[in-house]
Design a protein around this ligand. Structure first.
Ligand SMILES: CC(C)(COP(=O)(O)OP(=O)(O)OC[C@H]1O[C@@H](n2cnc3c(N)ncnc32)[C@H](O)[C@@H]1OP(=O)(O)O)[C@@H](O)C(=O)NCCC(=O)NCCS
Length: 332
C-alpha cells in the first residue's frame, strides 16, 4: 500500500468500481499522488483530479515516472521561483535557502531544502528550527517533490504538519491567444454595460495602491516586507485591468532564471467580473511581455485544491512540472 513518501510520485491504483455476478469489477487509474489521507487518496490524472476512497482501493503502487523533469530541472525552476518572490531576510545552510518576510506568504517564509545542507539531515532541520526561532517565526520548509522526500521523512518523525499540496505548473511560451476573448464575452457580464471585453489590460512597472489593496485582501495584509517581495525583481510587471474606473483584475509577471522563466503570480479577478475571460487576457498580456523580454517558458504555483485556477491554467496549456508541500513545525 501507499505511504506519505509516495506523495508527489506517479502511481497506479486498481480500484473496485462495482460488483457483477458476485465478482468485483476493477478499474485502473494512473497519475501523480497529490494527497494521501486515512480515508482517501487523490490522484492528478491526465483527465483531471480523481479522489478515491481508500475502501475502494484493491491495489496501489508506485510506477516509474514518465516525462518527469530531471532533478536539475526542478532545482533550476525552484531557484527561478525564489528569485521571482524574493524574501528580504535570507540565510543559507550549505545549498539550502532560509527565507523570511514578516510572515508574508509561505514561500517567502520557509526554508528551501534543495542541494546539500553541509551537515547531516537532523542537524540541518535543527538549524532551520533555530533560524526561524531567531526571526520569531514558526519554522516552515517548502519541499519540492520528490526531490525533498528524504527531508519529509525526518519532518514526519518530528511531527511537523503539512499544508495542502501546491502544483508548480509550466508551459512553453507564447500561451494560446484568448480566442476573441473580448468578443466572446462582451456584453455578457451581469449589469456591466458593454461587458468586460472593452476593459484594457495595462502593464505597469510598479503596483498601484489599489493593486496592493487587492494583494493585501488575498494574502491577509501587506507588511513592509511584502512590498519587497512584490517589487524587488529587476524585470517585473503589474497588470491592472480597469472597468469604469474600478480595478477589476490584477496579475504580476516576472522574468527570472537567467531570463528563461516568466513567473505568474497574484492573478486575481473580482468576483463580479469572473468567467468573462479577464484572467486569460491578463495572462496573455503578461506572456506577450515575457516573450518580448526573452522568456521562453512560463511557470506558476497553484494550490491543487484551487479548482477554478487549475481549470484556467489547464485551458491555457499549463501542465504540472512538480509538486511541493509546505511543512510547518508543531507549535512549541
Ligand atoms: C481563478 C480566477 C483568476 C479566474 O479568473 P476569470 O477571469 O474568472 O477566468 P476566465 O474568465 O479568464 O476563465 C478562463 C477559463 O478558465 C476556466 N475557469 C475559470 N474559472 C473557472 C471556474 N470557477 N470553474 C471552472 N473553470 C473555470 C474556464 O475554462 C474558463 O473558460 P470559460 O469561462 O470559457 O469556460 C478567478 O476565479 C479568481 O480571481 N479566483 C481567486 C484568486 C485565485 O485563486 N487566483 C489564482 C491563484 S493561483
Amino acid at each position: 500500500m501507499l505511504r506519505q513518501q509516495d506523495v508527489g510520485h506517479r502511481i497506479v491504483v486498481r480500484r473496485i468500481v462495482g460488483i457483477r455476478e458476485g465478482r468485483p469489477l476493477f478499474s485502473d487509474a494512473l497519475g501523480e499522488l497529490v494527497e494521501l489521507s486515512e480515508t482517501h487518496l487523490t490522484l492528478a490524472t491526465a483527465q483531471g483530479q480523481l479522489r478515491v476512497p481508500v475502501a475502494q482501493v484493491h491495489r496501489a503502487k508506485r510506477v516509474p515516472p514518465t516525462r518527469r523533469p530531471t532533478a536539475a530541472a526542478v532545482v533550476a525552476l525552484e531557484r527561478a521561483a525564489d528569485e521571482a518572490w524574493p524574501a528580504p531576510t535570507r540565510g543559507r545552510l550549505g545549498d539550502w535557502l532560509l527565507r523570511s518576510a514578516d510572515g508574508w506568504t509561505g514561500r517567502a517564509n520557509s526554508a528551501l531544502p534543495i542541494g546539500d545542507p553541509d551537515r547531516p539531515l537532523p542537524a540541518a532541520v535543527d538549524a532551520v528550527e533555530r533560524w526561524y526561532a531567531e526571526q520569531g517565526q514558526p519554522p516552515m520548509i517548502n519541499m519540492p517533490l520528490p526531490l525533498a522526500a528524504p527531508v519529509g521523512a525526518e519532518l514526519d518523525a518530528r511531527g511537523w504538519g503539512v499544508r495542502p499540496p501546491t502544483l508548480v505548473q509550466t508551459t512553453p511560451l507564447p500561451v494560446a491567444e484568448p480566442a476573441d476573448a473580448a468578443g466572446e464575452h462582451a456584453g455578457t457580464a451581469g449589469g456591466q454595460a458593454g461587458g468586460w471585453g472593452s476593459a484594457v489590460v495595462e502593464l505597469a512597472t510598479a503596483p498601484s495602491e489599489e493593486w496592493l489593496a487587492i494583494a493585501a485582501g488575498r494574502k491577509g495584509g501587506l507588511p513592509e516586507a511584502a512590498r519587497h517581495v512584490l517589487t524587488a525583481v529587476d524585470q517585473v510587471r503589474f497588470a491592472h485591468v480597469y472597468a469604469d474606473g474600478t480595478l477589476v483584475a490584477v496579475g504580476r509577471g516576472t522574468v527570472t532564471g537567467q531570463g528563461r522563466w516568466l513567473g505568474l503570480s497574484l492573478i486575481e479577478v473580482l468576483p463580479v467580473a469572473r468567467r468573462q475571460g479577464l484572467a486569460r487576457r491578463v495572462i496573455h498580456e503578461l506572456a506577450v511581455w515575457g516573450v518580448s523580454s526573452g522568456a521562453t517558458h512560463a511557470f506558476l504555483q497553484v494550490e491543487q485544491r484551487n479548482t477554478a485556477a487549475v481549470a484556467l491554467y489547464q485551458r491555457l496549456g499549463f501542465t504540472t512540472h512538480h509538486t511541493y508541500l509546505t511543512r510547518v513545525a508543531p507549535v512549541g
